[in-house]
Design a protein around this ligand. Structure first.
Ligand code: NAD
Ligand code: TYD
Length: 340
């Protein structure tokens, strides 16, 4: 079995590669990644020499390079993680989101059609459903919730999802889609809430909370997401969408306070800054379908997962220090410098 994993030098894709090499030692995993600012080869250093692993630097929008690789590798399964993934960046510059997230998905599926495939899996997000109101805790996203996006990021992901379903219906491409809630864990790029707060708190820097910090996200430990995708690509029904989430809703402000407490830092570091444009209020997944059809349930409780994550960042400065000291510093100044 050969699996092409796109975006495997990023946060979730790399964790998925580690999971697959461990759980399926006889599979060949071929990672393709453009190595954008979010892709980091040092993340993959422990598997680079693994006999069943190959890394190839490719932009998923580069049709010629993608076709060449498919011809060489004749993959059985493609799992597409590659994406521009940060909402704030999509607000500043939507264009690259449309290119990678929509056009890149089309190129990959065209390659699957041309060379044949057992399964194309699209890694999507709960953000395609838009948001839920804070005063309706009884509401959750199901697979039948209409797509209703807020940001250029979520719109590009929703467009890709529609394209995937269109390739299923029109060309009978054997596809599946998963829509997961917010992930956290090792190798999470420091522009995202949890790693940003851990790293800033460690340096006694301001902890920039957008608005009141009352927005709710449904947090899932990254390994549980990887296990769910592993199940879907092997046992999920073709043409189906599966929501992934563990009923772990938390307000942003509470997450930041938990991080302060765990690191012994004062809450006075918290600074309420200007809100994100079009900021979604609440995400909350109903995971009934994946639980009842595939038996998936998350293994890691938030209290355990956040401690593991904090410990990982404490032990792995070698991974994140070069990131926060380089190009990312410029981004940080641009994004937070004038944000009052
Ligand atoms: P990430 O930003 O950490 O990683 C993205 C990876 O894709 C990087 O390695 C980057 O170099 C690569 N990439 C970007 N453009 C590319 C291109 N044109 N060609 C090849 N590679 C390219 O993202 P992540 O958080 O790991 O998210 C992975 C996927 O999961 C995305 O599709 C995202 O929409 C989805 N998702 C993320 C979350 C979350 O909480 N992070 C939740 C649900 C779904
Ligand atoms: P983020 O990690 O960007 O994920 P997403 O927008 O995809 O949910 O943000 C999570 C939440 O944290 C979101 O409500 C925005 C908020 N947030 C802050 O308050 N401050 C920050 O510096 C960042 C990056 C996010």
């Amino acid at each position: 079995m050969t699996i092409i994993v796109t975006g495997g030098a990023g946060f979730i894709g790399s964790n998925f590669i580690f999971h697959m090499l461990k759980e399926h030692p006889d599979y060949r995993i071929v990672c393709i990644d453009k190595l954008t600012y979010a892709g980091n080869l040092s993340t993959l250093k422990n598997v680079m020499d693994h006999s069943n692993f190959r890394f190839v630097k490719i932009d998923i929008c580069d049709r010629t390079a993608v076709y060449r690789l498919f011809e060489e590798e004749t993959p059985d399964i493609v799992v597409n993680f590659a994406a521009e993934s940060h909402v704030d960046r999509s607000i500043e510059n939507p264009d690259v989101f449309l290119q990678t997230n929509i056009m890149g998905t089309a190129v990959l599926m065209d390659a699957c059609r041309k060379f044949g495939i057992k399964r194309y899996h699209q890694v999507s997000t709960d953000e395609v459903y838009g948001d839920l109101p804070l005063d309706r805790p009884d509401l959750f996203f199901t697979e039948n919730t209409p797509l209703h996006t807020s940001s250029p990021y979520s719109s590009s992901k929703a467009a890709a999802d529609l394209l995937v379903l269109a390739y299923f219906r029109t060309y009978l491409l054997p596809v599946t889609i998963s829509r997961c809630s917010n992930n956290y864990g090792p190798y999470h790029f420091p522009e995202k809430l949890i790693p940003l707060m851990i790293i800033n708190a460690l340096a006694d820097k301001d902890l920039p909370v957008y608005g009141e910090g009352l927005n709710v996200r449904d947090w899932l430990y990254v390994e549980d997401h990887c296990k769910a995708i592993d199940l879907i690509i092997h046992k999920g029904r073709v043409g189906e969408v599966y929501n992934i989430g563990g009923h772990n809703e938390m307000k942003n402000i509470d997450i930041v306070k938990i991080i302060c407490k765990a690191l012994g830092k004062p809450e006075s570091l918290i600074k309420h800054v200007g809100d994100r444009k079009g900021h979604d209020m609440r995400y909350a997944i109903d995971p009934t379908k994946i639980h009842s059809e595939l038996g998936w349930l998350p293994d890691t409780k938030f209290a355990e997962g956040i401690q593991k994550t904090i410990d990982w960042y404490l032990k792995n400065e070698d991974w994140w220090k070069p990131i926060v000291s380089g190009e990312y510093q410029k981004y940080y100044e641009e994004m937070y410098g004038n944000r009052t």
